[in-house]
Design a protein around this ligand. Structure first.
Ligand SMILES: [Mn+2]
Length: 241
């Protein structure tokens, strides 16, 4: 029995190679895989349930196949696709998870997050996040015509990639006190997240480095995934190929 974790595929019509790698990855999942957790940013952009493009429809069909193979799929929203909601989940036959979710396996408790909530040094992003997660703002946005929403999304992404060049590497990474605070709050010693595109296993903490933070990588030149099984938790990668 094993469970798989992925994040930050950033699927878009501009990168058919990543979509193909995703399909292959799903197809090749071991027989013993029971659950697949997608920890956000499955899509490069998501402007609303009524604006499904051809790619979204294909992804929904791929995810539905997993349900047929008795693999349960869980999805946590990322900062790019936080507008994915119930209708996508229903169409794809997957389950939506809250921003913080505790994954349990053989007595192990692991906190799952997309990861953006840990990047508290990026004050501008945190302000933006609380604005766009406001239900009233979400509601107003959903009333705009699809073309307007696409335009806004495009502008925001351009602004964010420009911002990334100007911000220091430290600001773009997680804040260590936010990590420790969150782990204490949820009473866990292990966590898995993505978002920062800095795949690594971090060991830290006062008592003999008892805390572990597993960071998934984004799918670009490589694909990244985490396996949880009786042996433990491992971070894996392979060329996108
Ligand atoms: Mn992200």
């Amino acid at each position: 029995m094993s469970d798989i974790f992925i994040s930050d595929l950033h699927l878009s019509e501009d990168r058919p190679d990543i979509y193909r790698a995703f399909c292959r990855f799903l197809h090749d999942l071991d027989e013993d895989v029971q659950q697949l957790y997608i920890l956000g940013d499955l899509f490069e952009a998501w402007i609303g349930e009524d604006a499904r493009n051809e790619l979204a429809i294909k992804v929904i069909a791929e995810l539905r196949l997993l349900a047929k193979r008795k693999i349960r799929v869980f999805f946590q929203q990322g900062n790019r696709d936080f507008l994915i909601g119930k209708s996508f989940a229903k169409a794809a036959d997957i389950e939506l998870l809250p921003d913080h979710y505790i994954y349990e396996y053989r007595g192990r408790h692991v906190l799952l997050m997309h990861g953006d909530l840990l990047c508290t040094d990026d004050k501008a992003y945190m302000r933006f996040r609380s604005l766009v997660h406001n239900p009233a703002v979400k509601g107003l946005f959903s009333l705009l015509p699809i073309s307007t929403r696409r335009g806004i999304g495009k502008k925001l992404r351009a602004k964010s990639s420009q911002g990334k060049m100007e911000k220091s590497a430290e600001i773009m990474d997680v804040n260590q006190s936010a990590v420790i605070h969150t782990m204490e709050q949820f009473q866990v010693t292990e966590m898995i997240h993505g978002h920062t595109h800095r795949p690594k296993v971090h060991r830290f903490g006062r008592d003999d480095e008892n805390l572990k933070r597993y960071v998934l990588g984004d799918w670009d030149e490589n694909l990244w995934w985490i396996v949880s099984d009786a042996e433990g938790i491992t971070l894996n990668s392979a060329p996108l190929g």
